[in-house]
Ligand binder design. Structure first.
Ligand code: PXP
Length: 246
């Protein structure tokens, strides 16, 4: 982005993950809170993208949500999904702006780790191609491990989302080591021409060292923003995060 003096300025896009608004609704299998309303408020607060994970078990976001979001979201939609035929069909029909491929296990509470891109380059390449044919950009959610970054490039995906989960959970001496892995993965990916996104477990405190990594263009943040929203409202919670980002 160029500022009014014609000088290039770095901006990080904020994708707001609203899955947990749907989690609250599904706790009663009812109608509220509605993630579609959440998306409107997140956009008012400055979200650059609405991120939702349509899980195979539909534990939070439902097909109906995605259909309505597609018609109402003004910024862009990042659909997180498993690389399986059912999801590829849904994405191809609805046309989110971005698909982020994630591993999925039914018994997990949240996405636990990155995709094993290195172990499934051929099948992921097929999925990436099908989505791109439908006009969708594709990112792979991977751990900050060089071989996973290289494999992601091989699949033809435009971007990687670096899993910041381990960094977010690290304490004490381990924090700087985890951060260094993210730095190196971001540098390697960018060198190979991949766009660099990051996310998982980021909050209003631990986000600072991550945004200092120059290659990162986009963050996807959910739980910490929705948690804060319980107390201050969603629009303000999003705005407060947005104000921390360059
Ligand atoms: N990015 C990906 C790929 C995810 O699976 C998730 C969790 O759904 C997030 C980002 C957001 O993580 P959190 O809710 O911890 O901010």
């Amino acid at each position: 982005m160029i500022d009014r003096n014609g000088i290039g300025v770095r901006r990080i896009r904020l994708g707001v993950n609203i899955d947990h608004v749907a989690t609250l609704r599904q706790a009663r299998r009812g109608r509220e809170p509605d993630p579609v309303r959440a998306a409107v408020l997140a956009e008012l607060g400055g979200a650059d993208q609405i991120t939702v994970h349509l899980r195979e078990d539909r534990r939070h976001i439902q097909d109906r949500d995605l259909e309505l979001l597609r018609r109402t979201v003004q910024t862009g939609i990042d659909m997180e999904m498993a690389a399986v035929a059912e999801m590829v069909r849904i994405a191809s029909r609805l046309g989110p702006d971005l698909v982020t491929l994630v591993p999925e296990k039914r018994e997990e509470i949240t996405t636990e780790g990155g995709l094993d891109a290195a172990g499934q380059v051929r099948s992921l390449t097929r999925v990436v191609r099908r989505l791109q044919k439908a006009g969708i950009r594709v990112a792979l959610f991977v751990d900050p491990v060089p071989r996973q970054v290289r494999a992601s490039r091989e699949t033809g995906a435009e971007a990687i989302e670096i899993n910041t989960g381990k960094y977010s959970e690290a304490a004490g001496d381990r924090v700087s080591g985890e951060l260094e892995k993210i730095r190196r993965a971001a540098a390697l990916g960018a060198e190979m021409g991949l766009r660099i996104h990051a996310g998982h477990g980021l909050n209003y405190r631990n986000v600072f060292p991550v945004i200092a990594i120059g290659e990162i263009e986009e963050l996807n943040i959910g739980h910490s923003i929705v948690s804060r929203a319980v107390f201050v409202g969603l629009e303000r919670a999003v705005r407060e995060m947005k104000e921390l980002l360059p």
